[in-house]
Design a protein around this ligand. Structure first.
Ligand code: ADP
Length: 497
């Protein structure tokens, strides 16, 4: 199979990465104040292939200062239409550099190149275009107070201010863009911190932000570790809001630390999302979707369908089908065009996933397919199907963030009892329902305690569709009108006439 990218593009990228990447603060590329860098590992080989500036407290301090100055100064003078034009210019630059961005993402995260192209390039440019549309449509309301007298009262929606955007490593580029796009549309300024496992595509984004013509300081990109650079953002009293995507554990920590100045916090956290397959489902669609809902991006997806509930009548057919797909998936480096599932992002993640497989087996689950690390270099693990799983097992309760599916069965029971099983988790991010019966589908949709319900397919992420969680899957929503409004404050203005 021919590679879907030019070999020369990969050579150029590797040559560019021979030098450590820098921070982007106040419109300029600079090393970390400490002069330190950290190693970036290719998960397909386990080898260090790049170095990035290790930004920390002092760098965050400078970035916040620049973001504050831009917010109060030049950025506040850019009209809504001007902001929209800049966001669209950035979308076009991302499309121009799509090959290099996708290659960066594949080297850094491990995901198959075509997936990187779709998620990073198409996903990010669509986010920018969608949010560009909002820049000119953020409005308040007129209100009629009931107090005696004559009034003119209205609300204003103003940008919340300086935003810290902290993103994870599973979809590094589109996650970063999905935070900065609504923030900028609303008129905020941003300090973006990519995950330490995958810092590189954010640096490319910084270059395009400079080229697009955003005023200095509007977006600052500080690579570095969570405990240093990330923590400095959350602690900083001149940061007005933190938008975080990552683990529930770190999300809770952020909430505690953010109390210093009571900064606004939105959190998009983990999940343990159920997939329910009813006997009348279109199995030709449901089976591959159930498989790829957990094996896509090696299961490193917050909304992954990690608990599969199948009705007795179709259990054997569905489970055999999913197992067949698991066995047939081509696992390999993301740069290999035949690859369908790449490696896990890091050695740490590999150890974590393998630990869960062992724990499942120890608690009585059967490893029906997979369950082993793939021999050789890199952090590859086999697509894994666990059967005989039950409520109470760690593999059923906790987010694994790997290609490990727990399968359970259900019988002819009422929808309330089935929903109770599906909802028996501390998370509530997503859920998937497969049935041709519209009434079953909609009754189940009402019963699911999750921020998203997908009936008979769908990817679940669209810039227009609110994304977020019930329960411990988060606070607030990203995307859609709610996603932009999360970067605003409302002010009531009352005029006595
Ligand atoms: P995962 O468990 O999936 O690796 P994390 O929640 O640890 O995800 O990381 C998500 C993002 O949060 C990363 O950018 C990481 O650097 C950052 N992070 C980790 N710890 C902290 C912290 N204490 N304060 C702020 N950010 C953090």
């Amino acid at each position: 199979m021919n590679a879907p990218f030019a070999a020369t593009a990969l050579d150029k990228l590797r040559a560019d990465l021979a030098r450590p990447t820098e921070l982007f603060i106040d419109g300029a590329f600079v090393p970390a104040a400490s002069g330190e860098t950290f190693e970036v590992v290719d998960p397909a080989t386990g080898q260090v292939f790049a170095h990035s500036a290790a930004g920390a407290k002092e760098d965050i301090g400078r970035a916040v200062k620049a973001a504050r100055a831009a917010f109060e100064g030049p950025w506040s003078k850019v009209t809504p239409a001007g902001r929209a034009r800049l966001l669209i210019a950035l979308a076009e630059l991302i499309e121009r550099d799509g090959e290099a961005i996708a290659l960066t993402e594949t080297l850094d995260n491990g995901m198959p190149y075509m997936m990187a192209k779709f998620a990073a390039v198409v996903g990010a440019s669509e986010q920018l275009r969608y949010n560009a549309g909002w820049a000119t449509k953020i409005t308040g309301e007129t209100v009629a107070p009931s107090a005696p007298g004559e009034w003119h009262a209205f609300t204003l929606r103003e940008p919340v201010g300086v935003v810290g955007a902290i993103v994870p490593w599973n979809f590094p580029f589109v996650m970063a863009v999905a935070k900065i796009a609504p923030a900028l549309a609303a008129g905020c300024t941003v300090i973006l911190k990519p995950a330490e496992q995958t810092p590189l595509s954010a640096v490319h984004l910084a270059k395009l932000i400079a080229e697009a013509g955003f005023p200095a300081g509007v977006v600052n990109v500080v690579t570095g570790f969570g405990e240093t650079a990330g923590a400095a953002i959350v602690e900083h009293d001149d940061v007005d809001k933190v938008s975080f995507t990552g683990s529930t554990q770190v999300g809770k920590h952020i909430v505690r630390v953010a109390t210093g100045n009571l900064k606004r916090v939105t959190l998009e956290l983990g999940g343990k999302s159920p997939v329910l397959i009813f006997p009348d489902a279109d199995l030709a669609k449901a089976i591959p979707a159930a498989a790829m809902g957990i094996f896509g991006n090696a299961g490193q997806v917050c909304a992954a369908g990690s608990r599969l509930f199948v009705h007795d009548k179709v259990y054997d057919q569905v489970v055999e089908g999913v197992q067949g797909m698991a066995r047939g998936l081509k696992v390999g480096p993301g740069l290999d065009p035949a690859t369908q599932m790449g490696p896990l992002v890091s050695e740490e993640q590999l150890a974590r996933v393998m630990g869960y497989v062992e724990s499942g087996a120890g608690e009585g689950a059967s490893v029906a397919v997979g369950g082993a690390r793939v021999a050789g270099e890199g952090y590859f693990v086999e697509p894994t199907v666990l059967t005989g799983t039950a409520a109470g097992m760690k593999v059923v309760e906790e987010e694994i963030f790997g290609p490990v599916l727990s399968v359970m069965r259900f019988g002819d029971e009422d929808l309330d009892s089935l929903a109770a099983k599906a909802n028996a988790t501390t998370y509530g991010l997503s859920s998937r329902i497969w049935t041709r019966d519209i009434s079953t589908a909609l009754r189940m949709a009402k019963r699911m305690k999750a921020g998203g319900v997908l009936v008979n397919g769908g990817a679940g992420v669209d810039p227009a569709l609110p994304l977020g969680g019930f329960k411990q899957s988060g606070w607030g929503r990203e995307n859609g009108r709610m996603g932009v409004e999360a970067y605003t404050e409302v002010k009531s203005v009352t005029v006595q006439l």
